[in-house]
Design a protein around this ligand. Structure first.
Ligand code: NAI
Length: 333
């Protein structure tokens, strides 16, 4: 069977890492017909809007997309394509598994947690205005509906994957109404899952616990902004942004992209680690029922990492993006 999947190479290191991953998926024998679309600055350069309607239509039609990072101008310019995509397709859950990988030395061992980040509201609502010169307001939107939906997603994920505990991250001591509503909603959902332990941690203390004893965490659920920050922190626990994949999931659509951004500092140099996007693509393959191919690619990736001869620069080596991809291709049984 051939799968038709939307491909958004993105910009910065996006085109390099997506091309590397496309090669690896092809080497696994999975048949994919890629429907390629530009977004962000590349779309604008071709006279389009940053998030073209054809791109959204393609994902709505195909139900699945693999996406490279897209740069968001800082301070001025167009609003985030990444946030726009998540909102337009109601990709409410951002799933970010964080685990140690073989052969990658980090400060910790035994890390196996999953971050579930609410993806549609919070300060990412993008509702900012100037009240008077020198005073601006940014609205943090938290709804019972979205909080309940993401908490239920986290508990259902925990149940389906044999996980034991869900930790809700918040700052309800200060934001008593907004984060208060988030944890109240999570508590209500927790009552439906008596077999899964439930705990709450204030975000600042949670960050301290994450760097002191990360192995105590299992599934973490949190509003959008904490999810963004805590995800990068957690990536740092297992080797950095080059080795953590992710999925944006809605009711019937999935957009698979890494946690990292467009990394302008190394873009176009063939330095980037494609592992993060590959891990996202592996989540995608399982999502579309290609679990057997995902298993074979995972084994190949682990074999290459474990041997340690092919390491990209972020992991202390000198292997290029495409050399690494070729090593994984060769290792696929
Ligand atoms: P970044 O994640 O692009 O880079 C942070 C650091 O990690 C840099 O030193 C970079 O070289 C390194 N890094 C990231 N991915 C790597 C990889 N695969 N291999 C090796 N090293 C890697 O974060 P930054 O610099 O804050 O953001 C750059 C741009 O990306 C911004 O415009 C931001 O808005 C955008 N962005 C887009 C995302 C998306 O498309 N989903 C997510 C995060 C940021």
């Amino acid at each position: 069977m051939t799968h038709t999947i939307t491909l958004i190479p993105g910009d910065g290191i996006g085109p390099e890492v997506t091309e590397a991953v496309v090669r690896i998926l092809a080497a696994s024998g999975v048949s994919i017909d890629w429907d390629r679309h530009d977004a962000g600055v590349l779309a604008v350069e071709k006279g389009r809007v940053p998030l073209p309607i054809e791109l959204l239509d393609s994902i709505r039609r195909n139900k699945v997309a693999l996406k490279g990072p897209v740069t968001t101008p800082i301070g001025t310019g167009f609003t985030s394509v990444n946030v726009g995509l998540r909102k337009a397709l109601d990709l409410f859950a951002n799933l970010r598994p964080v685990t140690n990988l073989p052969g990658i030395t980090s400060r910790y061992t035994g890390i196996d947690m999953v971050i579930v980040r609410e993806n549609t509201e919070d300060l990412y609502a993008g509702l900012e205005h100037q009240v008077v010169p020198g005073v601006v307001e940014s609205l943090k939107i938290i709804t019972e509906k979205a909080s309940t939906r993401i908490a239920r997603f986290a508990f259902e994920f925990a149940q389906a994957n044999g996980r034991k505990k869900v930790t809700s991250i918040h700052k309800a001591n200060i934001m008593k109404l907004s984060d208060g509503l988030f944890i109240e909603s999570a508590r209500a959902v927790a009552r439906d899952f008596p077999d899964i332990a439930y705990e709450e941690k204030i975000v600042d203390a949670a960050c301290m616990h994450l760097v002191m004893r990360p192995e105590q965490f299992d599934v973490l659920v949190m509003p959008n902004l904490y999810g963004d920050i805590v995800s990068d922190l957690c990536a740092g626990l297992v080797g950095g942004l080059g080795v953590v994949g992710a999925a944006n999931l809605g009711a019937d659509v999935g957009v698979f992209e890494a946690v990292h951004g467009s990394a302008p500092d190394i873009a176009g140099k063939n330095f980037a680690n494609p592992t993060a996007l590959l891990l996202s693509a592996l989540l995608m393959l399982r999502h579309i029922g290609e679990g057997e191919a995902a298993d074979r690619i995972t084994a190949a990736l682990h074999q290459v990492l474990e041997k340690g001869q092919s390491r990209t620069r972020d992991l202390g080596g000198t292997t290029s993006t495409f050399e690494f991809a070729d090593a994984v291709c060769r290792a696929i049984a």
